[in-house]
Write a protein that binds this ligand. Structure first.
Ligand SMILES: Cc1cc2nc3c(=O)[nH]c(=O)nc-3n(C[C@H](O)[C@H](O)[C@H](O)COP(=O)(O)OP(=O)(O)OC[C@H]3O[C@@H](n4cnc5c(N)ncnc54)[C@H](O)[C@@H]3O)c2cc1C
Ligand code: FES
Length: 263
């Protein structure tokens, strides 16, 4: 995992906002400093309103970064995300980032990156897939959701799907989909798994990867306040390689961790 060194608090203008599903939007913000420093897996902390409500910023993975702009894929689940998705292009918002660590450099000894995501967990995968392609690696996206209408595959290639209700792709979880696909994928070369999604999904994914000796990195979520290590609002327990567990601040030592450390 790669640490971030340059962090900017930028006044960023929303240049575009488009709906990709009934409750999810891709929002583009002009913020050259953040876009230039961002790596796949980083997140930003956004003041979604110029009023005092909501008081705290909201964290979002960087979905894409290019030409001085970042894109965020935002799912409406409460007051902050609803406000953000309804904010008009032209509005200026404060954006702090890039924050957190990033997925490892794609220069590792694998030839295929298997990007496993569930729900809004697809958000960081576009940026990661672009980095993999630039490094000459093949990417395969395994995407899970409760039903077809919850599958998000905006601008991703080579996608295969699973749904809990069987309305698209394999009926079952995205880990069932991985299990169905892994032999054929691994027959073509060495693989590495990259996961993002709800915590129960990531626990199941990390456990599957441990059982099958697959290298795996996962991007976790927690409640966050400051986003850079001063409020202690984002502590998460992970395994300690020397034994037992230890607590990390996810905004600094995460959000990406080695799947082997998931408890
Ligand atoms: C590192 C990181 C990256 C993230 N990336 C994305 C992203 O790319 N796109 C995206 O849409 N969301 C992402 N999230 C989640 C996003 O930050 C929350 O959905 C958002 O803060 C909710 O704000 P709200 O005001 O709309 O909801 P609130 O009104 O604050 O909460 C509404 C409900 O959602 C629950 N909730 C709040 N935050 C979370 C959370 N993190 N996980 C699960 N439940 C939560 C609350 O407990 C409450 O029940 C990320 C979170 C983290 C920590
Ligand atoms: S969010 Fe404040 S310490 Fe991590």
């Amino acid at each position: 995992m790669h640490e971030t060194s340059t962090i900017a608090d930028s006044r960023a203008t929303i240049t575009a906002s488009r709906r990709i599903s009934p409750d999810t939007s891709v929002i583009t913000l002009a913020c050259p400093e953040i876009a230039g420093a961002a790596r796949p897996g980083n997140f930003v902390n956004v003041r979604v309103s110029s009023s005092t409500q909501p008081l705290l910023r909201r964290p979002f993975s960087i979905h894409n970064a290019e030409n001085g702009q970042i894109e965020l894929m935002v799912k409406e689940i409460g007051c902050g995300t609803e406000l953000f998705c309804r904010t008009e292009p032209g509005t200026e918002l404060m954006v702090l980032g890039p924050l957190g660590n990033s997925f490892s450099e794609p220069s590792g000894t694998f030839s295929t990156a298997v990007l496993v995501s569930g729900g809004i967990g697809t958000a960081p995968m576009r940026f990661l897939e672009k980095a993999m392609t630039a490094a000459g690696k093949k990417s395969i996206n395994l995407i899970g959701g409760r039903s077809q209408k919850e599958l998000l595959s905006d601008n991703l290639s080579n996608c295969r799907f699973s749904t809990d209700d069987g309305s698209c792709g394999v009926k079952g979880t995205v880990v069932d989909l991985l299990d169905a696909e892994i032999s054929a994928i691994a027959a073509e070369g060495r693989v590495k798994i990259f996961g993002c999604g709800p915590t129960p999904m990531l626990k199941a994914l990390a456990s599957y990867c441990r059982q099958h000796s697959l290298a795996c990195e996962v991007s976790l979520e927690s409640v966050m306040g400051c986003g850079f290590g001063i409020c202690y609002g984002c502590s998460v327990e992970i395994a300690n390689p020397e034994g037992g567990t230890r607590t990390i601040l996810l905004c600094r030592e995460g959000p990406v961790i080695d799947g082997a450390l998931m408890v």
